[in-house]
Design a protein around this ligand. Sequence first.
Ligand SMILES: Cc1cc2nc3c(=O)[nH]c(=O)nc-3n(C[C@H](O)[C@H](O)[C@H](O)COP(=O)(O)O)c2cc1C
Length: 308
Amino acid sequence: MRTELCGIEMKNPLIAASGTFGFGREFDELYDISCWGAVSVKGLTLRPRAGNPPARIAETASGMLNSIGLQNPGVDAFIRDELPWLVSRGIPVIANVAGSSEDEYAEAVRRLSDAPVSMIELNISCPNVKHGGVHFGTSPEAAREITAKARACCKHPLMVKLSPNVSDIAEIARAVEEAGADAVSLINTITGMAIDAVSRRPVLANITGGLSGPAIKPVALRMVWQAASAVKIPVVGMGGITTADDVAQFMIAGASAVMIGSANIADPMAGPRIIAGFERRLRELGADAPGDLVSSLRTDNPTDDGRM
Ligand SMILES: Cc1cc2nc3c(=O)[nH]c(=O)nc-3n(C[C@H](O)[C@H](O)[C@H](O)COP(=O)(O)O)c2cc1C
């Protein structure tokens, strides 16, 4: 199950996805969180943020909408109050970073560069904030610029988290690779909304939110495959993973590792269940190691065996 991602040794290729795992403390009361290959923490901004007003979550068919709006204690409080404990659990920590301006992103990355995190994940794809967030992830020029700026002040491997709310994901993936990203992760949530017919009001106070969970898996698989076909750097795939077979599918599409998000919210024990299941599934699929699955998608015609 051992996997290497941008020089980071992980005991398996499964990572807890940002925003669905907090800083790990609540989950550690239920199981030993060091079973994860790595943990990506809640999106961090330079200064603390209260997030959007409630309601911020709505259940949908086979998924959920959220409009949390990057509620977090800020980079300095994270480094002081949360990181030492997380590091002591022996898991590689991925610091997910967001901001309202290029300078804010850069300063947050600079402060995390001297902290004992294993990697920085630049979130240029948050659909739930008014300034910044997804703005940086929807044009190749903006994505290139913010990546280059972060790369210049980042001492750790830099992974850029891409938005699915674009028409050409390959173009954005190539832009951030050219700007110095060491890996890309995708997908973040797909912008959606829910309406209450009786009150004729949006269910979320923010009106729109990000859709996640099994409902988005086919879109995520398609985008992971397109991004992996477009770049040479590793791709970390996510979107709707709830089973060990889902993990295998993302790796076959081109993901070197995967992240598990909403599944942690639907079932707090999803992590250990999927990790144990993936070890079995690997053997069933005849793979000696996770790497055997990566980018192994066959696109030849299975019926094209010479028969009529
Ligand atoms: C409640 C919630 C909060 C999230 N917060 C963040 C965040 O702070 N930073 C980020 O990059 N992604 C965030 N995400 C997106 C997830 O990390 C993931 O990309 C997305 O949910 C798709 O994966 P899933 O279908 O497995 O949940 C959040 C998702 C949810 C559901």
